[in-house]
Ligand binder design. Structure first.
Ligand code: ADP
Ligand code: MG
Length: 317
């Protein structure tokens, strides 16, 4: 197969990407596919092509696991700055915190988060928004329900479906017959390099390490803040500081919590509580020595609630 290097560093562009006619496309362009099919790479390529056609272009990294523009557990919107070429865009960044590194068990925050970012992109004047998504596609994990719900809610002009075989049929079957979006199917690029579970975990740890590189302990008195879903903090639990619209201003890792004083000590790159309206407690813990994440399941929380674990040992490590 003939392919050439694109202006986007290190991307091999298959001819069937170059043949895509993007003129006249606007609104949300959603990229879906299984893990390791080249979704994020294609989404970046799409973004750079659209920069030649639109002034205000937005990119949403909607993958809360193998994130590209922010720490895992979050989704990030970035806007192109005027006249800018290349990726990543250097304009304003807006973030939402889902609190988990997979949509499994977190469908509502995933859907709400992506909706908030798409709406924000429109408010900020984007005429076209590229939306990169997670690789959750399996029917047994609710993949088709989530992807179809996103299509219903976000009304993308096009769904670019990157496929290897028939794995996307449960999602695409009904969409192909519906006028609510246009499905463009593309084979996975030959240059895709799969990542195994260990590499994915290491990638997430690197992203957390980068995010918390300049973090310091900050004590927060939460007595006057909203705490979602409830003020229960476990050691190393990930917490977001949110503004009044529910966008994440910063993340923090719980170092200590004092329920009696209603304070929590967070390791965070944030310097102040300016504009903080709420804390949102996630379902993931991050060890600040290794930056490895651990899923905190409902069982840990129930035990913590019942007082059978003290708050410093409620994490699963
Ligand atoms: N067209 C391409 N050219 C070069 N490398 C690619 C291409 N597509 C994917 N890759 C590589 O394969 C790996 C997985 O691709 P990625 O876009 O992250 O997949 P996904 O988002 O579906 O998980 C990455 O290391 C990426 O650099
Ligand atoms: Mg990706």
């Amino acid at each position: 197969m003939v392919s050439r290097q694109s202006s986007v560093v290190n991307i091999e562009v298959p001819p069937y990407w170059e043949e895509l006619n993007l003129e006249g496309l606007s609104g949300v362009l959603m990229v879906i596919g299984a893990p390791d099919t080249g979704k994020s790479t294609f989404a970046r390529y799409l973004y750079t092509r659209l920069c030649a056609l639109h002034e205000r272009v937005a990119f949403i990294d909607g993958d809360i696991g193998q994130a590209s523009l922010g720490p895992p557990t979050t989704m990030t919107l970035v806007l192109r700055q005027s006249g800018e070429v290349g990726f990543p865009p250097g304009g304003p960044r807006v973030r939402v915190f889902v609190g988990a590194n997979s949509p499994r068990g977190h469908m509502l925050p995933t859907l709400i988060g992506v909706y908030k970012l798409v709406r924000r992109a429109q408010e900020l004047g984007a005429t076209v928004t590229v939306l990169d998504t997670t690789g959750l596609i399996g029917p047994e994990q609710g993949g088709p329900a989530l992807k179809q719900a996103k299509v219903d809610l976000l009304e993308p002009a096009v769904v670019f479906a990157i496929r290897q075989g028939n794995e996307l049929e449960p999602i695409l079957g009904p969409l192909r017959h519906s006028a609510r979006t246009r499905v463009v199917e593309l084979p996975a690029a030959p240059a895709v390099r799969p990542r195994d579970k260990v590499a994915r975990r290491a990638h997430r740890a690197r992203l957390f390490a980068r995010y918390f590189a300049n973090a310091y302990p900050l004590e927060i008195s939460w007595a006057r803040l909203a705490v979602f879903p409830a003020p229960r903090f476990s050691r190393y639990q990930l917490v977001a500081m949110e503004d009044r619209r529910g966008f994440a201003l910063a993340l923090g890792i719980v170092l200590e919590a004092d329920p009696a004083r209603k304070t929590v000590l967070l390791l965070t790159p944030a310097h102040s509580l300016n504009n903080v309206d709420a804390l949102r407690v996630g379902d993931v813990g991050v060890n600040p020595e290794t930056w490895e994440d651990t899923r905190m399941d409902e069982n840990d929380r129930r035990l913590a609630d019942a007082g059978r674990l003290n708050h410093s040992s409620a994490c699963a490590w």
